[in-house]
Design a protein around this ligand. Sequence first.
Ligand code: ADP
Ligand code: MG
Length: 757
Amino acid sequence: MDLSTPLARALPEAAYKQLRKAEAFETVADLLWLLPRRYLDRHSDLGALEKDAYVVFIGTVVSASTRPMRNRRGTMLNATVRSGEHTLALTFFRAYGHDKKLVAGRVGLFSGTVSRYRDTWQLAHPHYEILRDGGGDDLLVGIRARSGPEGSDHFEVRDELDHLVGDRAVFPVYREVQGIPSWTLNDCIRLVLDQLEADGSVAEVVPPGVARERRLPGFLEAMRLLHLPATRDEPHRGLRRLRYEEAFVVQVVLALRRREQAQTAAVPRDPRPGGVLEAFDARLPFELTPGQHRVGDDIAADLALPRPMNRLLQGEVGSGKTVVALRAMLAVVDAGGQAALLAPTEVLAAQHHRSITAMLGDLAEGGLLGGADQGTRVALLTGGLPAAARKEALLQAASGEAGIVVGTHALIQDRVQFADLGLVVVDEQHRFGVEQRDALRVKAGQPPHVLVMTATPIPRTVAMTVFGDMETSVLDELPRGRSPITTHVVDNPRWYERAWERVAEEVRQGRQVYVVAPRIGESDARGAAAGEGFEQAAYDDAPPVGEEGEAARRPLRSVLDIHAELLDTPALTGARIEILHGRMPSEEKEAVMAAFGAGDIDVLCSTTVVEVGVDVPNASVMVVLDADRFGVSQLHQLRGRVGRGGAPGLCLLVAQDAPEPARERLAAVAATTDGFELSRFDLDQRKEGDVLGARQSGGASQLRVLRLARDEETILQARADAADLVESDPTLAGVPALAAAVRERIDERQAAFLEKG
Ligand code: ADP
Ligand code: MG
């Protein structure tokens, strides 16, 4: 018997059937991974009760009877339960359902808050779970909470119930599995563990040497510590092992991938003196920041190697990633290759195309009359392009005439041909995984160099887990002369009016304003944040579903509403107010963005299309409506649209009646403009899967016990151990169970990718 043994073969038939009915437990491992929610300590003493004491105890039903209520309709149930030498009355004002379960002789686990009724202690509507259908009066134990609400896990125990708990002082409580008592679950798990240990055929995933070094128990021992602990500390030791193992498998997957990449060949792109890069540097209107220099050097060195660069560039919003990317692209052009720049939205692709063309000036007119000698061409390739323009761009890409091709991510899926694709830059994107890189490999013949730029800074553990197969560079300083951004939460109507006056002031001074709403407003009942797939945030951080509560029922503000409202706002009379959203035709979107960029629009009402990357230095105010419906990094991104020029930035987060977690989120965003700090906050507040997404995480979204916000130490250790192991045993021949676990991770990842397309 091992972990993949079907549960049916490990349990008595009756027990298996009961479990099977409740949930899809397939294998022995499925059951073992049902980890306890909390632990109770043994305790007795229903003899010394006080009012409002919270008690949990195991007791035997001595008697139970129902009777009609005197003043009301309905039937009530009174029962007496004995635990040790003490008894306690239970009262239910609706007998229905309970009368079938609370039958004299049965043994149950009861919990509730004690009250006094006519000189006796009683529990009104306690929670309970029948453990055994009867089993004699000798099954007596009491467990009483010393203090704290139900669910707190500190209990003090004194009595005994030997043949239920043996001499254990602690016993586990599992989550609700369709009415199956914790006890039965624990019994089943014990049975399974006993057999697994007896058979001795569970192979360790973590090599014994590593486990010894890190002082970790073996896998089965860890499971025993968790399910059948003798002391309060044991579950922690068990958990430590499981966390480590999870981190270790992920890190081995990543270490193997790094190794594979190191052995892949790519065309080295050596720098060429006197080329377009030098010409570009010479005419840059600003000094590069030290960070931009440093990262630029790293990239240049990578590009010159005969294996594919695979680098993640993390940068604070506004830190100047585009220039870094452009310089890398120009280096590749100098070396005779082409570069593709992929943006998450058409708006952003068009902007990149515009600004790169502008920055290059006549360097972007290679081959044209009047173009510079070393010049090249920059082509734009997006889905919304008119047929003729698209054809022209395709031709330029295929012939190699365009040294730089800018497009949306669809570019790598499309049947776009390149003459010699040497570098792919992925802008503002977290989710550019192994699979996309594989698609590129197919496209380019030999794998191109890849530079991924993230929309928002990410915590170190996320970088190491999600992007653990990439080199990382960080741009953590902003260019000089940046203006500070002030952020306020606007949560009452009076401030709301004041906000528009503030906007009007700014417009009068010749500056520009973004107003972002969560939906468009036609017939899209759902929020734009969720509904407009093609405008999806680069960082998948819409607030968790279900959090909205009351606020969910309030209609969300829409772009069309707010546009109408602002046109009617006296303070804004005469202001040029326009709209922008993803449902507009491409040319229209582009025309609006271009007009806003040129200063011909004062107030732009839009969806989150402006979330990432949009760069209009004259814009000074960002108003976000229903800000509670956006995630932390989305808000940080939105705010990053202002304060890019000489004027101080102002960000107003409008949110009324926001629920608690959202208010915390808004307060956090208002409190700091440090993206790294915010990303850590974000990771703390949200679940792993939400942060990682299923796609690019090397299976990390399936993490069961590892928490990236908490387990940095573990992840670091696992990463170091994984690198050592893969170096000494790259085929994992010495650790077959690990090899199998790694294969499984990779398969899961591919399955997730195929599902998502
Ligand atoms: P992000 O990292 O958010 O993508 P961008 O690349 O859009 O930032 O840069 C933001 C703005 O800063 C752009 O207008 C860019 O031209 C400008 N910029 C970039 N580097 C510098 C620099 N070293 N000094 C001054 N301005 C810079
Ligand atoms: Mg950018």
